[in-house]
Design a binder for this molecule. Structure first.
Ligand SMILES: Cc1cc2nc3c(=O)[nH]c(=O)nc-3n(C[C@H](O)[C@H](O)[C@H](O)COP(=O)(O)OP(=O)(O)OC[C@H]3O[C@@H](n4cnc5c(N)ncnc54)[C@H](O)[C@@H]3O)c2cc1C
Length: 364
């Protein structure tokens, strides 16, 4: 049996990006995916690269801002290696809030003074009646499906072994150290194993990784004119994410409903109506699609990054609402840690053993 340096479990954007980064460090990598690569949360995501400090937990801010800075180069490299185009947009975000955020330094953002016509199609009277603050943020957005497609192609280009339709059932241990993975089809050996299985990460982990799914429903319209709305628009009720090809994504719910990924027509209609309240001209838009995905959430709302209490077993998951944003920095720091280097950014806020350390020991 071939012995890999690393087995990455889960080919979402986190597992794909990390596999590429580990391969760049010269490691022999196997990626195991239970379904098709990149078709779970990473496929369902809106793709806002939202690093505005006031909207995220304090512990995440440095990681988020480092990752946002890395994005143009991350996308450039994936495009280069895959030959595929990724829709990365830099038109910024119009954020509307019930109250001005506190504290809010105005270094790289501006108040929309009076915010008349920040986008001509926005229903400014509605927004003014509903929200007290409007801010322009220099955030980017990306099409996550372009991103995952390109990451899969980049893995192929690098000849990283990718085994689809292969479900990890157990991390194999030998004398307390991870030594491989048993799947529904076969067994693989490796010196290291890293769990990137998103909402499912706790199902086969040898130590407690209490991720849970938080369902998000979204829909997509075709705008009557391309670039009719150029900015991402975010309010407490709904967000709108324009794509360069004329699609407009509208999201999203946050529901605790287990692993159910069905959409509910009434909920999709409510999201669509909330978007119409902001951009009435979207009444002329054609409905394209609706879907739901499962965000990987953790009990404390923070990701799980780094080594576990089990030698050779690592975890990179629990990115909840921010996994697309956090993919580049996650891949970078995890590859640093897994190759015995000091992480370039502090990850002590996200230890894998904070939910308990006991190992379910199995013979190899
Ligand atoms: C509606 C919605 C909107 C979102 N919007 C944004 C956004 O605007 N910006 C942002 O940054 N983030 C957003 N997110 C969050 C983001 O999608 C996730 O944080 C991110 O995709 C997590 O990536 P992942 O690779 O960890 O998980 P996933 O993409 O779910 O990948 C995990 C993979 O592991 C595989 N797997 C699971 N169990 C096993 C097993 N036993 N064996 C083998 N393979 C297994 C799964 O099949 C899956 O392919 C959104 C999420 C949703 C649902």
């Amino acid at each position: 049996m071939r012995n890999y340096d690393v087995i990455v479990i889960g080919a979402g954007i986190i597992g794909l990006s990390l596999a590429i980064e580990l391969h760049k460090q010269g490691l022999d990598v196997l990626l195991i995916e239970k379904g098709k690569p990149g078709r779970e949360a990473s496929w369902a995501a809106g793709g806002m690269l939202a690093d505005f400090a006031s909207e995220m937990p304090l512990a995440l801010r440095d990681l988020a801002s480092a990752s946002a800075t890395m994005y143009p180069e991350f996308v450039h490299q994936l495009q280069d290696e895959s030959g595929l185009k990724i829709d990365l947009r830099s038109h910024g975000t119009l954020l509307f809030l019930e109250e001005p955020p506190q504290p809010c330094a105005l270094d790289d953002r501006e108040w929309l003074a009076g915010w008349d016509d920040p986008e001509p199609e926005l229903n400014a009277p509605f927004l003014k009646a509903k929200y007290r603050a409007g801010i322009y943020l220099k955030e980017r957005s990306v099409d996550p499906r372009d991103l995952t497609n390109a990451a899969v192609e980049a893995c192929r280009h690098r000849r990283i072994d990718l085994s689809s339709g292969n479900q990890a059932l157990e991390v194999r241990l030998n004398e307390g150290k991870a030594c491989g993975v048993r799947t529904n089809k076969t067994s693989f050996s490796a010196g290291m194993v890293v769990n990137c299985a998103g909402a499912w990460a706790g199902q086969f982990s040898p130590c407690p990784i209490p991720t849970r799914p938080v369902k998000g429903q979204m829909l997509c319209l075709i705008m009557p004119q391309r670039e009719m709305v150029r900015h991402v628009v975010r309010t407490p009720a709904v967000y709108l994410i324009p794509r360069s090809d004329g699609r407009m994504l509208i999201g999203a719910t946050a529901e605790e409903s287990g692993f159910d990924k069905r959409t509910v027509p009434e909920t999709i209609q409510e999201l669509r109506q909330a978007a119409l309240d902001i951009v009435p001209k979207l009444s002329e838009a054609r409905f394209l699609d609706a879907w739901a995905g499962l965000r990987p959430a953790t009990p404390d709302g923070l990701p799980i990054l780094g080594p576990s209490a089990i030698a050779g077993y690592f975890v990179a998951t629990g990115h909840f609402r921010d996994g697309i944003l956090l993919a580049p920095i996650t891949a970078k720091v995890m590859a640093q840690v897994m190759t015995g280097r000091k992480p370039s950014i502090d990850i002590t806020n996200f230890p894998a053993d904070r939910f308990g350390r006991e190992a379910r020991l199995t013979a190899s």
